[in-house]
Design a protein. Structure first.
Ligand SMILES: Nc1ncnc2c1ncn2[C@@H]1O[C@H](COP(=O)(O)OP(=O)(O)O)[C@@H](O)[C@H]1O
Ligand SMILES: [Mg+2]
Lengths: 300, 244
């Protein structure tokens, strides 16, 4: 078994070297596709992280009319809390709202203009924390139902919606592009192995003549495809590890924590997916080629 | 080796013929009938010439023995192999049981003599440590020890054919088949090859040689099977065209 594997690997390496131009072309397109795949994974994961960030802060604020009776506010709070999609409802009084506003201004180093105004212009608020960013509807309805309580509803629905739709759009478009490039890679690998089969047709004839089993004829060729895939994955991962630093920095700027650094979850996923896809695509292309140009194992 | 000795010396069993064809016909896909109702039994250890004009069906018969083609009808046995009814995954073992050479030597031009011979062992999964002694042994058998590191292009035609013979012998086949092995060689060199095949036969291997070479066939007085238009038209000792 070890001897067989060594034989197959040696022959595969020999074959790759003999058709080195084709092997190189196949490896380069493989790298191209894998880089695209990795980019898509990184971008999607960044957007996912951004989404999670926004979602974790998803809340709706309902500004209340001045002078609404306390019981009516409490009644509304009870109704909201009863909704399954609501995590928490908290009441912010006019004074509390002003204090927070002043604190925010101070933190930002701004001049406090509220003192000039004299009266408190800020409304009292109900802050509703949601469990799920997509379940604005019923909360909005509940807030709006009692007349004369809520003057204005402020939420982040539109920004969440946009990010969700961009993410799913990007996922679809990205996967289509990658599928197309993947198909191209497959065809190039198939062709590369076809060249290998043809340049070896004499050897293969002799192998069959002297009683080589089918495995000895086929596996070296399939190994060639696998090696193209593995080399492509290796180069891609090398490029990624060079780019990991800048990518993390970039992600940091847009306030997203991307675990691309080695050991991170995304890094592990990338290593698994990139090497898995590379090796499988290479092996599949070679297998298709061997089936097509050597016939099924039964046909001798 | 042990199995073969048992076969030859089993007291109660008739020795199994090396090659046995029963009522074998071959019609190619294009409708061309290459063999018709051929019966042929070659006892183990024999040396048999297969003669006949071009297109008589000699190569077809050889391809059937190697299971490169299947017969349209009839039974074919080579040693203990039911060639016409075997599973395709057993075919490699049949091919190791038969050593084969052709008019074109089918050597790999990039490989040396030694590597060409070793190739037959490598691709059949022989342990690497056994390869070099086995190769040395057959190179000595065919007299190419001195040329072991040369490439086919550096060799004469006779030496190339001897390399092919070495490769065919490296699995210690029980049957040796040569399809016009001297077709590309001049008479003197042809005799060297014939002498080598006779020597291989002396060592116990059954030899079947298809040839056009009337001089050799008449000189040797071995069994001659003549084919014409796919039929066995003569089966006797000695003579090329048959002295009816
Ligand atoms: N693969 C093939 N397909 C169709 N006809 C073939 C094929 N091989 C040989 N033949 C035909 O079968 C006949 C016998 O050919 P062959 O066995 O090569 O004869 P020989 O070796 O005696 O010259 C010839 O008429 C030849 O044209
Ligand atoms: Mg012929």
């Amino acid at each position: 078994m070890i001897g067989f594997l060594a034989f197959a690997a040696r022959r595969a390496a020999e074959g790759l070297w003999r058709n080195r131009v084709m092997s190189l072309a196949a490896t380069i397109t493989m790298v191209l596709m894998l880089v695209l795949l990795a980019s898509l994974m990184i971008i999607l994961s960044g957007m996912q992280a951004g989404l999670a960030l926004i979602e974790s802060r998803v809340e709706m604020r309902a500004e209340l009319f001045d002078g609404v009776a306390q019981e009516r506010v409490e009644e509304l709070t009870r109704q909201l809390t009863a909704l399954p999609e609501v995590a928490q409802v908290s009441y912010v009084s006019k004074d509390e709202a002003l204090r927070r506003f002043r604190a925010q201004l101070a933190a930002g180093g701004h001049e406090d203009l509220t003192e000039v105004v004299g009266a408190n212009p800020l409304p009292a608020q109900l802050v509703v924390r949601l469990r799920d960013p997509k379940s604005f509807g019923s909360v909005r309805q509940t807030l709006a139902s009692p007349a004369g309580v809520v003057s204005r509803i402020v939420d982040q629905q539109s920004s969440v919606d946009r990010l969700v739709s961009i993410t799913s759009w990007l996922r679809v478009v990205g996967l289509i592009i990658i599928a197309l490039v993947g198909l191209t890679v497959l065809l190039i690998v198939v062709n590369s192995i076809r060249m290998a089969v043809m340049s070896r047709s004499d050897e293969i004839e002799i192998m069959r003549l002297v009683g080589a089993s089918d495995a000895f004829v086929r596996w070296p060729l399939i190994f060639e495809g696998v090696i193209i895939g593995a080399l492509g994955a290796l180069v891609t991962l090398g490029l990624l590890s060079l780019a990991a630093g800048p990518i993390s920095q970039l992600a940091g700027i847009i306030a997203v924590d991307l675990p691309v650094a080695s050991g991170g979850r995304l890094a592990t996923d990338l290593i698994l997916v990139i090497s898995g896809v590379g090796v499988m695509l290479g092996g599949l292309g070679a297998w298709i080629s061997v089936r097509a140009y050597l016939g099924s194992p039964q046909a001798r | 080796m042990i199995a073969v000795l048992d076969e030859a010396h089993a007291p109660d069993a008739k020795p199994r013929p090396a090659v046995d064809l029963r009522d074998v016909s071959k019609v190619y896909a294009n409708g061309r009938q290459a063999l018709a109702e051929v019966d042929l039994t070659i006892p183990a250890g024999d040396f048999v010439f297969l003669v006949g004009p071009s297109g008589a069906g000699k190569s077809t018969l050889i391809r059937l023995l190697l299971r490169d083609e299947l017969p349209t009808t009839g039974l074919i046995r080579v040693g203990s192999y039911e060639v016409s009814a075997m599973r395709s995954r057993d075919v490699p073992r049949l091919r190791r049981h038969i050593g084969t050479v052709f008019q074109d030597f089918k050597l790999l031009p990039r490989k040396t003599v030694r590597e060409n011979v070793a190739f037959a062992l490598e691709v059949t999964g022989s342990p690497r440590r056994l390869v070099s002694t086995a190769v040395d042994r057959v190179l000595e058998l065919v007299g190419l020890t001195a040329q072991a590191e040369q490439r086919p292009a550096q060799l004469s035609g006779g030496e190339q054919q001897r390399t092919a013979i070495a490769r065919a012998m490296v699995h210690q086949p029980r049957v040796f088949i040569a399809d016009e092995p001297t077709g590309n060689l001049d008479p003197l060199i042809s005799w060297e090859i014939i002498r080598l095949l006779l020597h291989i036969n002396d060592l116990g291997t059954t030899v079947l040689m298809a040839t056009h070479n009337a001089e050799v066939v008449t000189a040797l007085r071995k069994r001659v099977v003549a084919l014409d238009e796919g039929r066995v038209v003569r089966d006797a000792v000695g003579g090329y065209h048959g002295s009816h």
